[in-house]
Design a protein around this ligand. Structure first.
Ligand code: IPE
Ligand code: IPE
Ligand code: MG
Length: 228
């Protein structure tokens, strides 16, 4: 792989867990569990090829309206990840960031997420960024309200400082699994010049080989940013 053609930041819309489980006559939670395992492998692969930031769309603001039972299952997975799996990530020199409004999540999950951020090693070469109760519209509205409170007039740079993603470069590539061709309220401001890659593969089946295909496709794209 050409190191100059590796995206610095990848956004990953991990869709299709429910359908993957349904095909197996299993509950949706089974699909989410398989999705978490797939996510762990993709994060390892991303780090290995030199990606610096991987933002995983884990729970949207709209997903928070799903039935209590499904949400409880997802919170259970967060608990599992942030107690059992996170240490391995730290040991490899990687860190965690969380974007989104986590204040409405169960108190113990909030604590695990913020400790997950705080305990990240210094000078990480790779950041796994969880978008949890994240919505781009809510993010932009929040930023505007912060500016109003400060009585500040915004330019693009000042607005970017008030987004959850402050300090993080825009995603070069956004991958969506599961066959839908939409962004579903993910990083709408930051995605202005992102390359988009859609695949029908359901997220639990999205393995390193499928991920590498997306990277290869990205490497062949010509990014013009409006220039000629
Ligand atoms: C994506 O999978 C994961 C979350 C939104 C939490 P879905 O749960 O949306 O799976 P499908 O789209 O119903 O198959
Ligand atoms: C997007 O998937 C959100 C996440 C993957 C976390 P959805 O399944 O919620 O998106 P829609 O409803 O198909 O647009
Ligand atoms: Mg879905």
């Amino acid at each position: 792989m050409d190191a100059n053609r590796i995206p610095v930041h990848i956004g990953l819309i991990m869709d299709g867990n429910g359908r993957w489980a349904k095909k197996r006559l299993m509950p949706r939670s089974f699909g989410h569990n398989a999705g978490m395992n797939a996510m762990i492998k993709i994060a390892e692969r991303a780090k290995e090829i030199g990606v610096k930031y991987l933002t995983v769309y884990t729970l949207s603001t709209e997903n928070l309206l799903r039935p209590e039972e499904e949400l409880e299952g997802l919170f259970g997975l967060f608990r599992k990840y942030f107690t059992k799996n996170v240490q391995k990530l730290y040991n490899s020199g990687a860190g965690i960031k969380v974007i989104g409004d986590i204040s409405v999540l169960p108190a113990d999950v909030q604590k695990l997420l913020s400790d997950g951020e705080k305990n990240s090693p210094e000078g990480c070469g790779f950041w796994l960024i969880f978008a949890i109760n994240y919505g781009a519209r809510a993010e932009i509205v929040r930023a505007l309200n912060l500016a109003i409170e400060k009585g500040e007039k915004l330019d693009a740079k000042a607005l970017e400082e008030m987004l959850y993603t402050r300090g993080i470069p825009d995603p070069d590539l956004i991958i969506r699994t599961g066959g839908e061709m939409r962004l579903s309220n993910f990083l709408l401001y930051q995605a202005a010049y992102s390359e988009l890659y859609f695949t029908n593969v359901l997220f639990p089946d999205f393995d390193e080989k499928e991920f590498d295909k997306a990277i290869k496709e990205f490497a062949g794209r010509e990014r013009r940013f409006g220039k000629i």
